[in-house]
Design a protein around this ligand. Structure first.
Ligand code: DAH
Length: 340
């Protein structure tokens, strides 16, 4: 029996030396200490021994049992430790590592760039900002601007009416009325904003678009002042080589009225498809403020004169960047915007 005990001890220690997993450890434990394990079996058979031998054998078995149990729990602890170290190594974070935090950079919308170039050029000439509402009185949008009651622009087909007296402004020109009603002349104002017209969306029409109104009221203003003002910001947007001309036109709120053409940005004035062979591109409407408008706002047109212009920001932008479809300027597709 002593021999059997020593064999169990030796063989168990040998087996334990090669253990690499908790499952192996469990099965060795079962083989030795389990219900039918080798040591359990020895303990069970000890009842057959004489009293003296049983005492001696009992002490020997207990010693082996204790030794093996201690070894077992050492190995269990070592396996646990190793598993934890492996997990730590796997989950380790280098908190000092340089991270790629670079966020994709945005840029200003091309229309914003155009708008700011025009605005900055005008501010350099002593203009200030003035704001009017998008929901306007019919009076400000039409009547006081000298648009007669039967003017075609008042048609429901062209204007979003909210009720008989209120509408979505069709241009930024009603800001002129608000300026004259609230600020004492002389003044020089930039009045940018959204305007609205009933239009089917296509390559050249959009029902909401951006305008910039320029409005100067002072004594003795003339077309020459107007031309000089327009040239200075057109040169800022398109470069010094651009030529401009005023062509007679008609707007109810200006007299005389003109449209400003600039030399074609594509062919430089020789004539091409974009300028339809003329060498000129129509850019904006402008004029000397009609005395009726000045009078409608309570000022004496013999003393006060005005010059004014209205620009479509999308049009200037498409001419500057060669954009052939107005829709992409308003739809904010990132693939388009990324190019600016
Ligand atoms: N309000 C006009 C439009 O939307 C543009 C315009 C023309 C504005 C002549 C002006 C101007 O101030 O003098 O078509």
């Amino acid at each position: 029996m002593q021999e059997e005990l020593q064999r169990i001890r030796r063989e168990t220690l040998e087996r334990m030396a090669g253990i690499v997993s908790e499952a192996e450890l469990n099965s060795v434990q079962q083989e030795v200490f389990g219900k039918n394990g080798r040591l359990t079996t020895i303990l069970r058979t000890m009842g057959q021994l004489s009293k003296e031998r049983r005492a001696a054998m009992g002490a020997a078995v207990n010693e082996v049992k204790k030794e093996l149990e201690v070894r077992l729990s050492e190995i269990r602890a070592a396996l646990k430790q190793k598993a934890q170290e492996q997990r730590f190594a796997r989950e380790a974070l280098d908190v000092t590592e340089a991270a790629d935090f670079a966020l994709p950079r945005g840029a200003l919308h091309p229309m914003t760039q155009t708008y700011r170039t025009i605005r900055d050029a005008l501010i350099g000439m002593g203009f200030s900002m003035f704001d009017g509402p998008e929901i306007e009185l019919d009076d400000n949008n039409f009547t006081l601007l000298n648009l007669p009651l039967d003017h075609p622009a008042r048609d429901m087909q062209d204007t979003f009416y909210i009720n008989d007296k209120v509408l979505l402004r069709t241009h930024t020109s009603p800001c002129e009325i608000r300026a004259l009603q609230t600020i004492k002349p002389p003044f020089r104002l930039i009045m940018p904003g959204r305007v609205f017209r009933v239009d089917e969306v296509d390559a050249t029409h959009y029902p909401i678009f951006m305008q910039i109104e320029g409005f100067v009221v002072d004594r003795n203003l003339s077309l020459a002042n107007l031309k000089g003002t327009l040239d200075s910001f057109i040169h800022a947007v398109f470069g010094k080589d651009i030529k401009t001309r005023l062509r007679p036109s008609y707007f109810p709120f200006t007299e005389p009225s003109a449209e400003l053409d600039m030399s074609c940005t594509i062919c430089g004035g020789k004539g091409c498809r974009v300028c339809k062979g003329t060498g000129w591109i129509e850019l904006l409407g402008c004029g000397v403020t009609n005395p009726h408008e000045i009078m409608n706002c309570g000022y004496d047109p013999k003393e006060w004169t005005g010059i004014a212009f209205g620009i479509g920001v999308d049009r200037v932008t498409s001419l500057k960047y060669g954009i052939s479809d107005i829709r992409i300027e308003y739809e904010n597709d990132a693939r388009f915007l990324k190019q600016f």
